[in-house]
Design a protein around this ligand. Structure first.
Ligand SMILES: CCS(=O)(=O)N1CC(CC#N)(n2cc(-c3nc(Nc4ccc(C(=O)OC(C)(C)C)cc4)nc4[nH]ccc34)cn2)C1
Length: 303
């Protein structure tokens, strides 16, 4: 409606004051800025994503990413604030809410001591709710991983980074990409590795990997990529790495349960990692499975 349109703010580049770099990726980077029109440091802190390379494809992809995030309104998805047309550079900048606690990985490293099982399950259920909402909008995220989950507070996490997100066509159940690109294959479902097919059920597979990351406290030595490469052998080079991983998955190898992971939670991961996509749970039934595991966790949280 009209009011909603008004929310679509345009930020003037001259008032956007760079503070520091929050994150970097292949084509983009996210900066911490203060939007300070009064020039007295009373303006808001915002997270600003901008393109590094102004290649045609990435520009079109970035416009699609802005279109995607601006259409999402959910407590468990990082909020869109507006755009900034940078006069000098051709490109547009994406302005989002700044989440002070940073990435889930950094948060786990710092606060591991006072994150108990109940809190891990709380974070898991919030990510699941965000994915349920994304599915209701016919979006597939395609890059669900702990590195793309941000922490808003000690009790709230949000899904971020919709750079690879695609809309599933109305007449189909999946989205097929043309070129593999920088594929994070260790978070990919088998059908995504072998046929570049992406669906809500391939996002469910990735959710299972995020569950493994959560219950490994995002520990670098238990990182999915590291565990898979340990299994396959570090001498294997990238293109055939996918084939090796696919054959392992066909032989029913899966990531080992993280240390001290409750059996019920490991069981949820295993269900997300069913080889056939239709055998995997939906995000709504995952919600119930997680709630059910929460009931088992009597022990209170310190943090
Ligand atoms: C894909 C390439 S990418 O370049 O586009 N890119 C990387 C990406 C991965 C994801 N998601 N990313 C998003 C943010 C981000 N960070 C934040 N807050 C913080 C707050 C504190 C800290 C922090 O302490 O960091 C140090 C380095 C440890 C000091 C970091 C981030 N608020 C945000 N709001 C919207 C986005 C966003 C950062 N990296 C998306």
């Amino acid at each position: 409606n009209m009011f909603k349109k008004q929310q679509q703010d345009v930020f003037e580049e001259r008032y956007l004051r760079f503070i520091s770099v929050l994150g970097k990726g292949n084509f983009g980077s996210v900066d911490l800025c203060r939007y300070d029109p009064w020039g007295d440091n009373t303006g808001d802190l915002v997270a600003v994503k901008e393109l590094q390379s102004n290649k045609q494809t990435t520009m079109a992809d970035f416009q699609r990413e802005i279109q995607t995030i601006s259409s999402l309104h959910c407590d468990y998805i990082v909020k869109y604030k507006g755009i900034c047309y940078s006069a000098g550079r051709l490109s547009t900048k994406l302005v989002m809410e700044y989440l002070p606690y940073g990435s889930l990985i950094g948060y786990m490293e710092k606060h591991r001591q006072n994150v108990c099982t109940r809190k891990l399950l709380l974070f898991a259920s919030q990510i699941c709710k965000g994915m349920e909402y994304l599915q209701s909008m016919r979006y597939v995220h395609r890059d669900l991983a702990a590195r793309n989950v941000l922490v808003a507070s000690d009790t709230l996490v949000k899904i971020a980074d919709f750079g690879l997100t695609k809309i599933i066509p109305v007449d189909k159940e999946y989205y097929r990409v043309t070129q593999p690109g920088e594929s994070p294959i260790f978070w990919y479902a088998p059908e995504s590795i072998s046929e570049l097919k992406f669906s809500h059920k391939s996002d469910v597979w990735s959710f299972g990997i995020v569950l493994h990351e959560l219950f490994s406290y995002c520990d670098i030595i238990r990182n999915p990529k590291r565990l898979c490469i340990q299994k396959i052998g570090s001498y294997v080079q990238s293109p055939s790495m996918a084939i090796h991983l696919l054959n392992l998955l066909k032989d029913n190898w899966r990531l080992p349960a993280p240390p001290q992971c409750p059996p019920k939670v490991h069981n949820i991961m295993i269900q997300c990692w069913e080889f056939n996509s239709e055998d995997r749970p939906s995000f709504s039934s995952l919600q119930d499975l997680i709630e059910n595991s929460l009931l088992d966790e009597r022990e209170g949280c310190k943090g």
